[in-house]
Design a protein around this ligand. Structure first.
Ligand code: IVH
Length: 705
């Protein structure tokens, strides 16, 4: 089977999504989820991306296409609400009143047409209805939210993971472009201006000239330099680096500045915020594309880096109706410019072993600059991918990297292949522990079978446990975990929390790199986490298959405590179908995830490790989402053909208000919203005595009518 897949891949790339069997789709969906998660981490937290923007987007698209084709898998949306990665910990954290999201991408003219068609369909617009969409440059910087209260700048935060960013107020205040106070009589009482902090090309070159003169290392590109400058601990350092700002949207606002995107930007300008002059209102796809081409032509002459054009629906009431899907708004999209290319030599192919035992091949490259950064590593994904591209050690390869994304190998320059280059043979044993590395039928990945005897997997499990979105313990990162593991001091999560007790013997302060103070700080940080940590973080930390951040939140919200979840999983594992069905029915969970949870709790060694952990930590009860909405915490089922909103719109709206949207009616359902043509679900509702609402009733209930 493995051979067959390799052949297919070689012949024409991955199988079309429509041809995947359910099993293949499931396997690929999970693989993509893990892979994308790793790239996110590399890109956002470690600043060491290994694949290009376009490659990354291709992975993301395939992931989304699979979910579309196999809607059951959509329950595994652990990536869907995720943007970027959590903040790095140097600064105070700021929770965004309104999340800072990302944009979907368009690469072709067809993608732009699809985007506009999708909007028209969603809003049920007729051909006569005019749809105005703005087009403006996509600035290659980093996004920030500037909160003004009574017109005064009170706090400025980076995007972070979208929900929580870093407090960079002191640094933002050093940017000349950013007004300390907004001017005008109509300034909203609370207004969060959002936009991009960037460095001009000229300032970047001048800065690097200074660096060169002083014999200091050169900066890579304006974007990374701007990001680094804004995240300086000392605001004086930020002040010494010339940064600028463009406002293009807003977060929390006590009043909207206007009725449209374009007028709102004009109002922000009037209030004293810098805005980009190249925004244009367009009335058709042709006009959008024309403006795109114009901006692309001017790109080289612009004083700042851009990497595409952003399109946004102009009417704000329509933006509101369109809402968001997973990590980005339906009402906006980024039309990216083509990626930059370069060629270089593959010096070696390294195999990395991940937490789940997956062997990932990484090409070690002769360093090359592309898209403004030096690239030395690029992932080759898996053995089929190596076979398909026939990448060999010694080969010259073309790589591509778009402005802000991870590089990818496009292909081999065959004319430059050295005679000695042999086809790459993927290892069949784990390079770390020597166990067999096997490839299951229908899987693209080869996995080490060593489990926890494989040091790579054990260490990766622990690294995951302390990662940003899990326990996030200051001073306990990859390096320290590797060190403790090698010493045999930390073999499983609970050991982290007993380190201090055991330190009388271990004497960590005597080890190189650990002074008395750092040991004290580390123990304090561990203790702080042990005294109270959110349930969803613990669930995510355990590394249960399919439990990403989003599913961890879903389970945590539903069960409230670890004990309740554990008891449910154990009961379900013993065959209690009702308990299993309850988990399966949690909005966004579903069978595959529920089974993974049950399997995890069935495994004796997991229970032992978990119980040991629970003896050491205190888990905080879970908070609900939008507590104050009339439907928060309620379970709603939509059925029949809705007339005032599409099904997607209805679902998105209900979820925004903190309701759970279920696919089927049970005694636990609070409301069934039924349009014309509702059938069996309506009957079920009557059977269970569930309240049935018309669309109008629904709008009244949520206070929209
Ligand atoms: S609008 C809901 N407009 O691109 C998100 N974003 O890839 C609204 N960006 O996170 C964002 N220029 O950091 C918008 N003119 C522009 C932009 C822009 C750059 C960035 C922004 C965003 C990222 C998404």
């Amino acid at each position: 089977m493995a051979k067959k897949i390799a052949k297919q891949a070689k012949a024409g790339g991955p199988k079309p999504v429509e041809e995947l069997s359910v099993k293949e789709a499931k396997a690929e969906h999970v693989r993509l989820e893990l892979e994308i998660g790793q790239h996110d981490k590399r890109y956002y937290q470690q600043d060491t991306p290994v694949i290009s923007d376009a490659d990354y987007d291709a992975l993301r698209r395939r992931y989304e296409a699979i979910e579309q084709q196999f809607p059951d898998l959509r329950t595994l949306t652990s990536l869907s609400n995720k943007v970027g990665a959590a903040p790095s910990g140097k600064f105070k954290k700021v929770r965004h009143a309104v999340p800072m999201l990302s944009l979907g991408n368009a690469f072709t003219e067809e993608d732009v047409t699809d985007f506009v068609d999708r909007i028209r369909r969603f809003l049920k617009l007729s051909e006569k209805d005019e749809l105005v969409i703005t087009a403006e440059p996509k600035i290659d910087g980093l996004s920030c939210s500037l909160r003004y209260e009574k017109g005064k700048l009170v706090v400025a935060a980076t995007r972070g993971d979208g929900a929580e960013g870093e407090d960079v107020t002191a640094n933002i205040r050093t940017i000349k472009d950013v007004p300390d106070a907004l001017k005008g009589k109509d300034v909203a009482a609370v207004f969060e201006a959002r936009g991009e902090v960037y460095m001009t090309k000229g300032d970047f070159i001048a800065l690097n000239k200074r660096q060169e003169k002083e014999g200091k290392p050169l900066y890579v590109n304006p974007r990374n330099t701007a990001a680094g400058s804004l995240r300086q601990i000392d605001p004086k350092m930020t002040a010494a680096r010339p940064l600028k700002f463009f406002a293009y949207t807003w977060g929390e606002a006590s009043e909207l500045p206007a009725d449209t995107q374009s007028e709102s930007v004009a109002v922000m300008k009037r209030w004293g915020l810098p805005v980009n002059a190249l925004m244009k209102k367009c009335k058709s796809v042709e006009e959008l594309l024309k403006h795109y081409r114009k901006i692309e032509e001017e790109r080289a002459e612009l004083p700042y880096d851009i990497d595409g054009v952003v399109y946004k629906v102009d009417r704000l009431d329509w933006q509101e109706r369109l809402g968001f899907v997973s990590r980005s708004p339906r009402w906006a999209i980024a039309h990216k410019f083509a990626a930059e290319k370069a060629t270089t030599v593959v010096k070696d192919i390294d195999i990395q072993v991940g937490r789940t035992g997956k062997l990932t091949p990484v090409a070690k490259l002769e360093p090359v600059t592309v898209g403004g950064v030096t690239v030395q590593n690029v992932t080759l994904h898996n053995e089929d991918e190596i076979a398909r591209k026939d990448v060999r050690i010694g080969d010259t390869v073309t790589i591509q990297r778009a402005g802000d994304v991870i590089p990818q190998v496009l292909g081999v320059v065959l004319e430059k292949r050295p005679k000695s280059a042999k086809p790459y043979k993927f290892p069949e044993t784990c390079p770390v522990c020597g166990s067999h590395a096997v490839r299951e039928e229908g899987e693209v990945d080869r996995r080490c079978t060593g489990g926890l005897i494989c040091p790579a997997q054990a260490v990766q499990t622990l690294i995951h446990f302390v990662s940003r979105n899990a326990f996030d313990i200051d001073g306990l990162g990859e390096k320290q975990i590797e060190f403790f593991f090698e010493k045999g001091w930390v073999k499983e999560p609970a050991d982290i929390f007993t380190l201090e007790k055991r330190n009388g013997k271990l004497k960590l302060e005597n080890e190189e790199g650990f002074g008395k103070t750092s040991v004290r700080n580390l123990f304090d940080a561990i203790k702080a986490r042990s005294e109270g940590i959110a349930l969803n973080r613990v669930l995510f930390a355990l590394g249960i298959r399919h439990i990403g951040e989003t599913n961890a939140i879903r389970l945590a919200r539903h069960y409230g405590t670890m004990e309740a979840l554990r008891d449910a999983a154990i009961a379900a594992g013993k065959g209690n179908e009702e308990v299993f069905a309850e988990m399966n029915n949690i909005n966004g969970i579903g069978e595959v995830v529920a089974e993974a949870v049950v399997e995890f709790f069935k495994e004796k060694k997991n229970m032992k490790a978990l119980n040991a952990l629970l003896d050491e930590i205190k888990i905080e009860p879970m908070e609900a989402v939008a507590k104050d909405s009339p439907v928060s915490g309620k379970t709603v089922v939509f059925t029949g053909s809705l007339e005032q909103m599409t099904r997607d719109e209805a679902k998105a709206m209900a979820e925004r208000l903190g309701a759970k949207v279920a696919g089927s009616v049970s005694a636990k359902t609070d409301y069934v919203v039924a349009g014309p043509g509702a059938g069996s679900k309506l009957k079920e509702a009557q059977k269970h005595g569930v309240r049935v609402l018309s669309e109008d009733d629904w709008f009244k209930l949520i206070g929209r009518k």
